[in-house]
Design a protein around this ligand. Structure first.
Ligand SMILES: C[S@@+](CC[C@H](N)C(=O)[O-])C[C@H]1O[C@@H](n2cnc3c(N)ncnc32)[C@H](O)[C@@H]1O
Length: 252
């Protein structure tokens, strides 16, 4: 599912202002800098790989995203990265990456079992035998959606003048592991509020492991936050490092 808000060019330009560089980006940048060939799935506005190129990464960097408006931002930012329009099903992968990442909770847009399984099979196909797939998903036990309420609106100055108000509203309390919510932008250059509706899936640790195992991937590390602390019920994130099943840890 494409996040419709950021498929719109006028809203994509707001993405980085609403989601500034944070500890998660530092966590991934370290991994990217130590890998030869990296695929960023759901790369959005491309800040991770652009940051890596600017920090001196000389290997292959490829970002893929189905939202053309997000890639417009990425291409403007760093022409020296391979930016591809599409999703994991768009390309025939040839085990060419030693690191595949999904950052900024992009993993949670994979809502249906079948799209999740197909995406993970494609990740497996893109990974070299000793490669790593690293991604995070919000820990369902931390119930982040309970903070997605209109009273927590954000106000940002519009470069064209005025103020833009942005807020979230959950449509209904989750009866399943999916949460549907709206994000509204109001003010600035828009004569009417811009409303986008998205659904995200909140899988728990065991369900994630089940999907990964089914795709030929084995969990080798798991953390609950960007400081690599262990996963607990109160952790905000479930950060997973997976390897192709059968990968053997070097003994030296
Ligand atoms: C919340 S943004 C994260 C962007 C970026 N990874 C970051 O950390 O800034 C989620 C991204 O996933 C992309 N996306 C939506 N559906 C997707 C799919 N099926 N496969 C890959 N990416 C998808 C969206 O277009 C959007 O750019």
């Amino acid at each position: 599912m494409v996040d419709r808000s950021f498929a719109d060019l006028s809203l994509a330009a707001w993405y980085d202002r609403l989601n500034p560089w944070g500890p998660g980006d530092d966590f991934y940048l370290d991994l990217v800098m130590s890998a030869r060939a990296v695929l960023d799935v759901g790369c959005g506005t491309g800040r991770l790989l652009s940051g890596a190129r600017r920090a001196g990464h000389t290997g292959r960097l490829m970002g893929i995203d189905p939202a053309a408006a997000m890639l417009v931002q990425a291409r403007r930012r760093e022409p020296g990265v391979e930016w591809a329009l599409g999703d994991l099903r768009t390309v025939r992968w040839r085990a060419e990456f030693d690191l595949v990442v999904m950052t900024g909770h992009a993993f949670q847009v994979l809502v249906h079992d079948e799209e999740l399984s197909l995406a993970l099979a494609a990740v497996r196909a893109a990974l070299a035998a000793d490669g790593r797939f690293v991604f995070e998903t919000r820990n369902p036990a931390a119930r982040a959606w309970e903070t997605w309420t209109p009273d927590r609106e954000r106000r940002l100055a519009d470069p064209d003048g005025g103020v833009v108000r942005v807020w979230h509203e959950v449509e209904s309390a989750p009866a399943t592991d999916r949460v549907t919510f709206t994000e509204t932008f109001e003010g600035g250059r828009w004569p009417h509020p811009q409303v986008s509706r998205s659904t995200l899936r909140f899988l728990d640790e065991d369900a994630l492991t089940g999907f990964l195992t089914g795709a030929g991937l084995t969990v080798v590390e798991r953390y609950g936050d960007w400081d690599r602390s262990p996963l607990t019920a109160a952790s905000p994130e479930i950060i997973t490092v997976a390897r192709p099943t059968g990968w053997a840890r070097p003994t030296h």
